[in-house]
Design a protein around this ligand. Structure first.
Ligand code: PMP
Length: 345
């Protein structure tokens, strides 16, 4: 029997590459999107949830009924909750009180216990979601704290799956890999594998305006003045994650909320690929990169599309939300004027 699985986790990984035909047509290279929304939890985070939990099982750290803990309202929480159902663990997620109600509903629908913690307290405050998660993990016996920003198995998950898939899918022809970095695990693990195969492959990280990752990559120091609030979820950070292997990244580009939002909607309209907000960010990052670098017709570029747009229907796909942000060009007919290159900062 083919295409038959023992449970939903059998569908994690082996996601497709799809050629982009319109949104990157100004770039001479062939550009593929790796559609991570084809994972059963609809994001790239399924890979690390399975990998980290199975590694803990092999080490005997988890027993039936054990608890898995993480601080996230995002894709990682959903993926951990999914793995916990199949493997018979409890899932506890500590999230900030800024988290949208529908996201909490998503997590609860998959059986997670969700602790809602104040966002406006320092990270070391006992009420912060970091401290709550640490406390829960220390108080519950046989629990596992995933700690994705500082867990090297996050890198390893992509070294063992995403990287080899990209090499095989492009028959070794990949010349550029570009991905948004949050924890950095996706880009670092894939890049580590690919550069072992071919050290000439260019690896490009996409950082958010408001985050310190690009500045740190360029100078080795944290530029506090770079930090400001931003809207794109899942990428950029105000700390340096150890899951980001800076030496595997050739260059970072920085994208802003507004252009990433337009791009997300443009990709849906022109490619019929409805991705999340960082899908727009990675394409925006690629176009900015191609503006200042030589990219040839022989090049094969892969952009990671991390998740599905259905999670952003009240955000980047909402005209009302776009207007509230002051993103006035949300009218689809204006795209061509919006995307004049002088607008790309
Ligand atoms: N995009 C989205 C929507 C995400 O949730 C994440 C994960 N935080 C990323 C991009 C970045 O992935 P990584 O953490 O592997 O750098």
């Amino acid at each position: 029997m083919t295409n038959v699985y023992d449970n939903i986790l059998g569908l994690v990984g082996n996601t497709p590459l799809v050629k982009l035909n319109k949104v990157t047509e100004e770039i001479p290279a062939t550009v593929y999107a790796k559609l991570e929304c084809y994972n059963p939890g609809h994001s790239t985070k399924d890979r690390i949830a399975v990998h980290i939990i199975e590694a803990a099982e092999r080490k005997g750290l988890l027993k039936p009924g054990s608890t898995v803990v993480e601080t996230t309202s995002g894709n990682t929480g959903f993926s951990i909750a999914m793995v916990c159902i199949i493997k018979g663990y409890k899932c506890v997620l500590a999230v900030s009180d800024k988290t949208k109600k529908e996201k909490i509903a998503y997590l609860k629908a998959l059986g997670a216990t969700v602790y809602i913690c104040p966002a406006n307290v320092p990270a070391d405050d006992p009420r912060s979601y970091y401290e709550v998660a640490k406390r829960v993990a220390s108080e519950i016996p046989d629990s596992l704290y995933i700690n994705q920003y500082f867990n090297e198995l996050n890198i390893d998950a992509h070294y063992q799956t995403t990287g080899p898939e990209l090499w095989a899918q492009t028959k070794g022809k990949i010349t550029h890999l570009i991905a948004c970095t949050g924890t950095g695990g996706t880009l670092s693990g894939s890049a580590k594998f690919l550069k072992e195969k071919n050290p000439d492959i260019k690896v490009i990280g996409v950082d958010a305006s408001g985050s310190i990752l690009k500045g740190f990559h360029e100078t080795g120091t944290i530029h506090k003045e770079d930090i400001h609030p931003y809207q794109i979820e899942g990428m950029g950070k105000n700390l340096i994650p150890s899951a980001l292997l800076f030496d595997k990244v050739d260059e970072f580009v920085r994208v802003n909320d507004e252009m990433s939002a337009y791009r997300t909607r443009e990709i849906a309209l022109k490619e019929a690929i409805m991705g999340g907000y960082t899908t727009g960010a990675v394409v925006q990052g690629l176009l900015q990169y191609a503006n200042s670098h030589e990219v040839s017709a022989e090049d094969v570029v892969v952009a990671i599309f991390p998740d599905h747009g259905s999670r952003y229907i009240t955000k980047v796909y909402s005209d009302e939300w776009m207007s509230q942000q002051g993103f006035v060009n949300n009218c689809v007919h204006n795209y061509d004027s919006v995307f004049k290159t002088e607008y790309i900062k």
